[in-house]
Design a protein around this ligand. Structure first.
Ligand SMILES: *Cc1c(COP(=O)(O)O)cnc(C)c1O
Length: 395
């Protein structure tokens, strides 16, 4: 960190987000004046002699798995954006979740996970973590008494996702942190929806901040990557776990993520505005029972959203006033919106949320939930597509 600060001539005043994402991690003078850091594909690094080889742990570059100018450039800008002590990169957002959990827990320990967590996170906890002798208990993120009793039971780590996957509840992040810290638990958050542009977990007190860079950082549906940033306290454990597991993002992916990052703020501002327009239009449609968008009053935890985020991105859901069959009719009728997973790219997407198998502490009793990712097409075209697909239900 301090080395990076010396290199960038950074002061302790954080740079404004738009300036940071465009200028961060770049050192043209080190690379013949070229604006972008080079894409270095590498395993071997050559040493001059045996002494240098023996001292490799101290050298900036020793092996391609650990560090290259490409890795270093991304980690430098992302660490600054996260206001963290350090960042590691991994090959997917899911790997960011699993490596974060593995860096915090030892065999015999327990993690508390919110009931509305990203499905594959739940699967990892229930299958792999369990097999390795680590326990998972689920809590209701909207009822912190359930978190409290888990902590009283001796849990060692608390996982947070805000807003919740598929149903977008926004928990009380401050109260969650306070409870976890009082119990001495390690805290981590999957911050993919907000990115550190809208919420800065480490500055707020989390130990680990997880980002599926596949979404807004990449931004073009052509890269899988994940990052984990850590507080001073967790950085040594995170970097050692990452090194020992041998998981590193590929150089081309890091390069694409860096390219995406340069326009991330611009894209997110645009996603936010269009998404609010679409959500407000949907709120007035008779077939829409409820908007699950954190910036809308109908969303559980809307007050928490106001307090901790104040801004939003391009992913939300709505509850259809209808049956599962009608939801399928609606989705099948979409023309501009694609049916597909992932999000954060330029194209609008829709999925049917499958909630029954993915909740164990809470139950979802409302109608079918449709999740939308609002892309960068003309907002009039997006609304027109939703309008004709809603009309298809009645037809
Ligand atoms: C997509 C997603 C992930 C996983 O990212 P991948 O790169 O697809 O593995 C993790 N958490 C959340 C909240 C996500 O939306």
């Amino acid at each position: 960190m301090s080395e990076n600060k010396a290199r960038t001539g950074m002061s302790n005043t954080p740079r404004k987000a738009a300036t940071l994402v465009t200028h961060g991690g770049r050192h043209p003078k080190e690379f013949h004046g070229f604006i972008n850091p080079p894409l270095v594909r590498a395993s071997t690094v050559l040493f001059n002699d045996v002494d240098e080889m023996k001292g490799r742990r101290e050298s900036r570059y020793a092996y391609g798995l650990m560090n290259t100018p490409t890795i270093e450039a991304f980690n430098e800008v992302w660490t600054e954006l996260e206001e963290a002590a350090g960042t590691v990169l991994v090959p997917s957002g899911l790997a960011a979740v699993t490596v974060a959990i593995l860096s915090a827990l030892s065999a015999g320990e327990e993690i508390l996970v919110p009931d509305n967590v990203y499905g594959p996170t739940r699967r990892f906890c229930n299958q792999t973590l369990k097999r390795w002798g680590m326990r998972t208990s689920y809590y209701d993120p909207m009822d912190l008494e359930t978190l409290k009793s888990g902590l009283e039971g001796g849990a060692n780590a608390v996982f947070v996702e805000a807003p919740g996957s598929l149903t977008f509840e926004v928990p009380d992040l401050g109260a969650t942190l306070e409870l976890a810290k009082a119990a001495g638990a390690v805290t981590m958050i999957d911050n993919t929806w907000a990115t550190p542009l809208l919420y800065k977990p480490i500055a707020e007190g989390f130990d680990l901040s997880i980002q599926a860079g596949t979404k807004y950082v990449g931004g073009h549906a052509d890269v899988l990557i994940g990052s984990i940033s850590a507080s001073e306290r967790m950085w040594p454990k995170l970097s050692a776990t990452h090194a020992n597991l041998g998981v590193q993002a590929g150089p081309d992916e890091i390069y694409l993520a860096m390219r995406g990052l340069r326009t991330m703020k611009l894209r997110m501002d645009q996603h936010e505005g269009q998404t609010l327009e679409v959500a407000k239009w949907l709120a007035n449609q008779p077939k829409v029972a409820r908007l699950l968008h954190p910036a809308m009053e109908s969303c559980p935890g809307h007050d928490n959203w106001k307090r901790y985020f104040g801004r939003s991105s391009g992913l939300f859901a709505f509850e259809l006033a209808g049956t599962e069959d009608e939801a399928a009719t609606f989705l099948n009728a979409l023309r501009l919106f694609g049916l597909g997973f992932s999000w954060g790219g330029f194209e609008s997407l829709a999925t049917l949320a499958e909630l029954r198998e993915t909740r164990s502490v809470t139950t979802w009793q409302a109608g079918p939930v449709i999740r939308l990712q609002i892309g960068l097409e003309a907002v009039e075209d997006q609304i027109a597509d939703l309008e004709q697909a809603l009309a298809a239900i009645a037809a």
